[in-house]
Design a protein around this ligand. Structure first.
Ligand SMILES: Cc1cc2nc3c(=O)[nH]c(=O)nc-3n(C[C@H](O)[C@H](O)[C@H](O)COP(=O)(O)O)c2cc1C
Length: 171
């Protein structure tokens, strides 16, 4: 513990502190003008049960930002440990939008048509319910339109912790 007496927060120290908060990993997807957008996101959480709401914090600087705000509906796929390469691919800045899904199995969400990653531990389709400014991100709150869970055989979850991917065993 080394609190900084000046009260200012260093970006690296902020990342390191937040990195100690283990999270799952998701792929957020949407469709804009017939093009499928997707990105790796771990700033995802549930908000409310009634109505069912979740949120994702989306960086102003990513292509997903304007795409998801314009489209208004989107999907979340919760990744399994077997999806590490997918998480890495969809976190790479400037990847080619038109080939980014090559070799990856997807299914269109039943309500939105947004791509869902095959083998996801669970998936949700959402319609934007509210947006709030959050510094250099927009907090996008979505009402859940439909959802599902994957095979009930306890696959390992993909976890992000201390700057790296880990597997969390099902049992
Ligand atoms: C583990 C991990 C989690 C991430 N979570 C988020 C997130 O919650 N929100 C976000 O806006 N970007 C997040 N990113 C960064 C985006 O995935 C990345 O900036 C984006 O895919 C760049 O896409 P673009 O080139 O289309 O702008 C995360 C990256 C990693 C490696």
């Amino acid at each position: 513990m080394n609190p900084d007496p000046s009260g200012s927060v260093d970006a690296g120290a902020f990342r390191a502190a937040m990195g100690r908060f283990a999270s799952g990993i998701t792929i957020m997807s949407t469709m804009q003008g017939g093009v499928a957008h997707a990105m790796t996101a771990n700033a995802f959480t549930s908000v409310s049960l009634d109505p069912p709401l979740v949120l994702v914090c989306v960086d102003y600087a990513v292509r997903m930002h304007d795409a998801v705000l314009e489209r208004g509906d989107w999907a979340i796929s919760v990744l399994a440990d077997t999806h590490r390469e997918i998480a890495e691919r969809f976190a790479k800045s400037g990847r080619d939008l038109y080939s980014q899904f090559d070799g990856i199995g997807t299914q269109p969400g039943p309500k939105t048509g947004c791509p869902l990653i095959e083998g996801a531990l669970s998936w949700l389709e959402c319609r934007t319910w509210a947006t709030y400014p959050g510094g250099d991100h927009t907090i996008v709150v979505g009402e859940v339109l439909s959802l599902g869970t994957g095979e009930p055989d306890d696959p390992s979850a993909l976890i992000y912790y201390a700057g790296g991917y880990r597997a969390l065993k099902g049992r």
